[in-house]
Design a protein around this ligand. Structure first.
Ligand code: MG
Length: 204
């Protein structure tokens, strides 16, 4: 089992280590098919797992995040972290922390940060991708937009990973699960594994 090059517990984020290792393993396989892209980097926890695999495969990891926080990170919301609030701008700013994580993990030569919304980043995207990890906004609109923007770029046999899958509505929001079902119903993907709340699908 891989060991991240930094103490992963020091990186702020919401990824279970089992999910992290799964991201690493699948990226190691899918990295042979093309570069990897993630939506929703936050402070870089998932980026470290994916990045370690990309380094080994010699491919780039595109890390998309506007770094202004999702709905649940805003002041007064459940997952707000005051340390990540830019008082001067009056906005969340997770990019500073993200850059520090990449520097600590020695991943600056692997990871390409894209500080933009997923929609803006996807507008002129034409590069086929070995793997896409979706962990962006969790409103239905945001999740569907991420799916529509990126799923079509996954190459045959490539991997689509979706975080925060809760089949039981009592356990969590349904938007990620909705796009997972959308991917399966489309006939373009088959679900291959579920690790904790991480859904893993292969492009047919
Ligand atoms: Mg998540």
């Amino acid at each position: 089992m891989m060991k991240p090059s930094i103490d992963i517990d020091t990186v702020k984020g919401f990824l279970d280590p089992k999910e992290g290792y799964a991201l690493y393993s699948y990226a190691l396989e899918a990295g042979a098919l093309g570069p990897v892209l993630e939506v929703g980097s936050y402070c870089g926890k998932s980026t470290v797992y994916l990045g370690e695999a990309c380094r080994e495969k010699g491919v780039s990891l595109y890390a998309i995040d506007h770094h202004r926080g999702s709905e649940e990170h805003q002041p007064g919301e459940e997952y707000h972290d005051q340390d990540l609030f830019d008082g001067k701008a009056g906005l969340m700013d997770t990019f500073r922390e993200f850059r520090q994580t990449m520097r600590n993990a020695v991943l600056e030569d692997v990871v390409v940060p894209i500080v933009a919304s997923s929609l803006v980043a996807s507008r002129n995207w034409h590069t086929p991708l070995g793997m896409v990890f979706i962990d962006g906004g969790h409103s239905l609109e945001a999740a569907q937009a991420d799916y529509r923007s990126w799923a079509s770029h996954v190459v045959t046999d490539g991997i689509l990973a979706i975080h925060d899958i809760f089949p039981d509505p009592a356990e969590g929001g349904q938007a990620p699960y909705e796009i997972l079902k959308l991917a399966v119903v489309s006939g373009l993907f088959e679900e291959v594994e579920r690790i904790e709340t991480l859904g893993l699908l292969r492009r047919l």
